[in-house]
Design a protein around this ligand. Structure first.
Ligand code: 5GP
Ligand code: ZN
Length: 113
C-alpha cells in the first residue's frame, strides 16, 4: 500500500517525531499552520474516521491520550490547543491515513474566534 503515513510509521520516510508508543506516532507537520502543529496517527492504517470499527475506539482514545501528553510536553496545555480530524473531501482531507492535527501556540482562528 502506498501510504505516506505508513512509511513514516515504518521510518522509511523521515519525520520529526515527538512521541511514539505501541499504538500511535506523533510528528511535526511538514507545513505547519500554527507555531505548534503536530500530527498524531495510529500505527494501524485506516483511511479515515469513516473506516473506524467498533474495536478501534480504544485506539482513538490512545490518540487523545497522546494529545494530552504532547500538549503538556510542548508547553501549551494551559494556553490551549485544538485537536482536529479532517474526514473526507469537504473537510480538506488530503492524506488518507487517519490523523489528528494538534494546533497551538497562538490564538487560533476559526471556531469561536
Ligand atoms: P489533512 O488535510 O489530510 O488533514 O492533512 C494532512 C497533513 O499532512 C497536512 O497538514 C500536510 O502538511 C501533512 N503532510 C503531508 N505529507 C507529509 C509528510 O511527508 N510529512 C509530514 N511531516 N507531514 C506531511
Ligand atoms: Zn497508512
Amino acid at each position: 500500500m502506498d501510504c505516506i503515513f505508513c512509511k513514516i510509521v515504518e521510518g522509511t520516510i523521515p519525520s520529526k517525531k515527538v512521541l511514539e508508543n505501541e499504538h500511535v506516532v506523533a510528528f511535526h507537520d511538514i507545513q505547519p499552520a500554527a507555531p505548534v502543529h503536530i500530527l498524531i496517527i495510529p500505527k494501524k492504517h485506516f483511511a479515515g474516521m469513516n473506516d473506524a470499527q467498533d474495536s478501534d475506539w480504544p485506539l482513538i482514545g490512545e490518540i487523545h491520550r497522546a494529545a494530552q501528553q504532547i500538549a503538556k510536553e510542548q508547553g501549551v496545555a494551559e494556553t490551549g490547543y485544538r485537536l482536529v480530524n479532517n474526514c473526507g473531501k469537504d473537510a480538506g482531507q488530503v492524506v488518507f491515513h487517519l490523523h489528528y492535527h494538534l494546533l497551538a501556540g497562538e490564538k487560533l482562528g476559526g471556531l469561536n474566534a
